[in-house]
Design a protein around this ligand. Structure first.
Ligand SMILES: [Zn+2]
Length: 284
């Protein structure tokens, strides 16, 4: 295995939210989007992808065989924490001569037909607005291996050979979470760890669960000239890892801005993919 991959950071998202259908979630979020008055209670964050992920990950790392999880849903095999910079060192997926970026995948037969359909539709959603093409693996060496392990997790960027993307049944099989995990696999970090995040959010460590402070560490990300995006599917909510019901991430200067409630990729998430992978002639 090439050294670059030995240094790659892995992202793990574990989710186990029971008994909520995606349709219900999507509908409720749509209803909320329609509201003129936007409140910022914990309850309002209930159905965002990142909140579902956090809930699912709550008991992670308490079993010995689970990967070390950092940044909320990032599992790390080495001491390196920067992930996005790996995209400058070879962890991007290769671009084909036709301009597309083919990412082979395998979906475990653990899933029901409905779950498989949710996953495949989410994979195909990338093709509608980017040059990423998730294709069923035939004999490609590098691929994402989607299966139901304990929680939801993905590595950051291409690691080489088969790399697990875990989407636990009864918890992670929602469009937004699938997109979130695959964005990690494409090389993206959480929005609130961006290098310029201090201009857009204030981290209130005094409200963070003890021992979880590392989730708010800043990363020397490559931001691709894209704006900081509160509505990114990669942005955590204002109460992420709160130990006391008080906010842990406060948007600035407008403390009332809505953050971390996305249920699907934002236009900025899409722009970022297109820039990182030079889709449609766009450059980094
Ligand atoms: Zn994540």
């Amino acid at each position: 295995m090439a050294p670059v991959f030995m240094l790659t950071i892995f992202i793990t998202v574990f989710c186990s939210v029971q008994g909520r259908s995606f349709q219900k979630t999507s509908f409720q979020m749509h209803q909320k989007d329609m509201e003129i008055e936007q409140s910022n209670r914990i309850e309002d964050d209930d159905f965002s992808a990142t909140t579902l992920i956090e809930k699912a990950n709550r008991n992670l790392g308490q079993r010995l065989k689970e990967p070390l999880v950092m940044f909320g849903d990032i599992a790390i095999h080495t001491g390196f924490r920067n992930a996005d910079p790996c995209t400058a060192r070879g962890c991007k997926w290769p671009k084909s001569s036709d301009g597309n970026v083919y990412v082979p995948y395998v979906i475990s037969n653990q899933y029901s037909a409905r779950e498989r359909s949710v996953i495949e539709n989410a994979l195909q959603s990338f093709a509608r607005s980017t040059c990423i093409r998730f294709v069923r693996r035939t004999n490609q060496q590098d691929f994402v291996n989607i299966r139901s392990l304990s929680g939801c997790f993905s590595f950051i960027g291409r690691r080489g050979n088969g790399q697990d993307v875990s989407l636990q049944r009864n918890g992670c099989v929602f469009t937004g979470i699938v997109q979130h995990e695959l964005l990690h696999a494409l090389g993206f970090n959480h929005e609130q760890t961006r290098s310029d995040r201090d201009n857009h959010v204030q981290i209130l460590l005094q409200n963070v669960i003890r021992g979880m402070e590392h989730n708010f560490a800043k990363i020397n990300t490559i931001n691709l000239g894209t704006p900081y995006d509160y509505n990114s599917i990669m942005h955590y909510g204002r109460f992420a890892f709160s130990r006391n019901g008080q906010p842990t991430i406060l948007p600035i200067p407008d403390n009332n801005a809505v953050i971390g409630r996305a249920t699907q990729m934002s236009s900025t998430d899409i722009l970022r993919i297109n820039r990182l992978y030079s889709c449609m002639g766009l450059q980094e």
